[in-house]
Ligand binder design. Sequence first.
Ligand SMILES: Cc1cc2nc3c(=O)[nH]c(=O)nc-3n(C[C@H](O)[C@H](O)[C@H](O)COP(=O)(O)OP(=O)(O)OC[C@H]3O[C@@H](n4cnc5c(N)ncnc54)[C@H](O)[C@@H]3O)c2cc1C
Length: 468
Amino acid sequence: MTSLADLSATGPITVIGGGPAGSVMATLLAGQGLDVTLFESRPDLRRVDIDAGRSINLALAERGIVALRHIGVMDRIDAIAIPMAGRMIHVEGERSFQPYGSRAHEVIYSVSRTDLNAILLDAAEATGRVDLRFEQRLRGVDFDQRTLHLTDEADDDRPLEAPFGVLFGADGTNSPVRDATLAVNGGALVDAPLSHGYKELEIPPGADGDFQLDPNALHIWPRGQFMLIALANPEGDFTVTLFLPNQPDLTDDAHHPGGSFAELDSAEAVESFFAREFPDFVPLVPDLTKQFFANPQGRLSTIRTTGWSHGAQSVILGDAAHAIVPFHGQGMIAALESAMVLDRTLRQSPTDVAAAFAAFEANRKPDTDAIADMALDNYIEMRSGVVDPDYLIKRELALELERRWPDHISPRYGMVMFSSIPCSAVQARAAEQGRILTELTAGADSIDDIDWARAETLVEALTPLADL
Ligand SMILES: Cc1cc2nc3c(=O)[nH]c(=O)nc-3n(C[C@H](O)[C@H](O)[C@H](O)COP(=O)(O)OP(=O)(O)OC[C@H]3O[C@@H](n4cnc5c(N)ncnc54)[C@H](O)[C@@H]3O)c2cc1C
């Protein structure tokens, strides 16, 4: 039985990775009165532009806000966050707005990824207990000698060694801490790549410097097998992401010619694809083809692991343990939640770190597995569901049921984005609600045809949401 404080006598409490999970974990450990060393392979993003001038944003919702409030940074985040009250769907040159929730506070936020990360690094530094070491890349872990092998990226990859007492691996999808931990504990990793990739583009501000689209909506151009989305930045521009199959599936009748990254291999192919699929988008981006070839194509994958810890020596969290596809805007949020859960678990088991690490995985994995599944489902919803009549009537009904019986029913999207109900409970509840929506909408052309007495019986039989 040993505490983190005891273990810090064997070597520094060490966090690998200064992204969202690592910087928040370091702040929380410092809050337990511990001194922490954090190694980050990249330069300090507060001083160096690591995105090559591109603004890249992400969506932030309730679960992430809870974590950010907990570490006291929400005032600074509020100042840079742009509220988005719903989806703006772009189809055949027409726009239609679908609110995210039935209540005014049910909005999500567009936040610059770099600015958010900078605020989290500031918070870690402000504890006075976190020693941030940039441009130092972990290469390997020697658990027997409690030694880290690193390279100094600022000094021609000069090899370095550093002792550690306990290792927190928040080093993202290619985590060396995870690989070292699984190698000694016999855990498993399943990396399920999506056959679709992504590319980020930018809609610049208009001639007057103002937004070319409504900044308070998440814009979607759904096209069945693929989609474009756009989220506003405070500078008047939008970060756009094209999600598209990597290869053409010529056996699928739904494949649009040119609708894969492999086919977009020339300026002509890109221009004709965008002109055909997104004609109302093209005038918004004067240098579209140039951007398309200048910006990298990203890979998307779901990573599920077992064996998140090795005794009291190491533990992994965030994308290192549970990377998900981005379609629910929940990957970073899950990383922040994991840091909170790990901190809480360590406080509940202060004298047995190994037991706390094991309990963390046992408690947390069902929720990260659930959000991984729901994120995959949401891709179908965003790229095709949002224009499907069956989806639309069920969505309208779900919002109306929530309006009438708010204590008993909430659409799945709302439970994920606007509540802190554990994601495994959300997934099970959404399946139960889905059966109710299917029964009530059978044969209905609009929600005017719904049998409200039957709806009341079914909804009131559900466990109240507060008890999930
Ligand atoms: C296209 C896209 C859109 C997304 N949109 C959203 C969204 O809207 N909302 C949301 O919540 N999430 C979103 N995500 C997911 C989100 O980006 C990740 O889940 C989140 O960044 C995970 O945080 P992390 O700290 O675990 O890992 P990371 O952010 O990957 O941070 C890991 C850190 O470790 C460092 N590192 C890596 N290897 C080493 C090493 N060997 N030594 C030292 N340091 C190392 C890295 O440089 C990095 O700083 C999106 C992801 C993608 C790909």
